[in-house]
Design a protein around this ligand. Structure first.
Ligand SMILES: NC(=O)c1ccc[n+]([C@@H]2O[C@H](COP(=O)([O-])OP(=O)(O)OC[C@H]3O[C@@H](n4cnc5c(N)ncnc54)[C@H](OP(=O)(O)O)[C@@H]3O)[C@@H](O)[C@H]2O)c1
Length: 173
């Protein structure tokens, strides 16, 4: 019998790249834990994937703008008995326009979702991966990380966070 595949926790799985990554992981036999704000979309994707690929799919609705959301998500996933082997930090959004007149709350929310949430989720899920001696974290950045972004300065800077942070030596295989 083939070894069980690691469970992938994917943020921003209700749309776009996250939804496609969910389909790809499932097609490769990985059980899934999916999160985003729009639970109806996550539920529909879970039904689609369950039917198409037969892997277990759990859904967790959280708003990553909320500073407490990563801890709440980690707690909910753990209480559900799910061992996360792959963390996919994908949720993110951009803003556009002149920085001087930008909406301060929206720009802070961008940093919360694009930077703070991935950092917190990595801090929360990494220790168990290290303890097991296996695990993966995929941070979805962008080519925006490597160039200036006129009218999208905060978004481009947020995408530069992971390449700038560099690789973390976790001694994981
Ligand atoms: N599209 C591109 O061309 C492109 C290129 C390079 C990199 N990227 C990166 O790829 C990632 C996904 O982008 P995408 O184009 O697939 O975006 P998208 O289609 O707009 O999807 C964004 C996902 O993030 C979730 N999300 C947004 N705000 C959230 C919040 N406050 N709390 C929880 N989840 C939230 C959304 O779910 P809910 O709205 O249901 O919460 C949705 O599932 C982003 O990190 C983006 O920077 C995109």
């Amino acid at each position: 019998m083939a070894a069980a595949q690691a469970t992938a926790l994917i943020t921003g799985a209700s749309a776009g790249i996250g939804r496609e990554l969910a389909r790809v992981f499932a097609a490769n036999g990985h059980p899934l834990a999916l999160t985003a704000r729009r639970k109806d979309r996550l539920d529909a994707l879970a039904r689609e994937i369950g039917t198409a690929y037969g892997v277990p799919v759990s859904v967790f609705a959280h708003d990553l703008e909320d500073p407490g959301a990563p801890v709440a998500l980690h707690r909910a996933v753990t209480q559900a008995g799910i061992e996360v082997g792959i963390l996919v930090n994908n949720a993110g959004f951009g803003t556009q326009g002149a920085f001087a007149t930008s909406d301060r709350a929206r720009e802070e929310a961008l940093i919360a979702v694009n930077v703070l949430a991935p950092v917190k989720l990595a801090q929360l899920f990494l220790p168990a991966m290290l303890k097991r001696g296996s695990g993966r974290i995929l941070n979805v950045a962008s080519t925006a990380a490597f160039q200036p972004g006129p009218s999208m300065a905060n978004y481009y800077a947020s995408k530069a966070y992971w390449p700038a942070a560099g690789s973390v030596d976790t001694s994981l295989s």
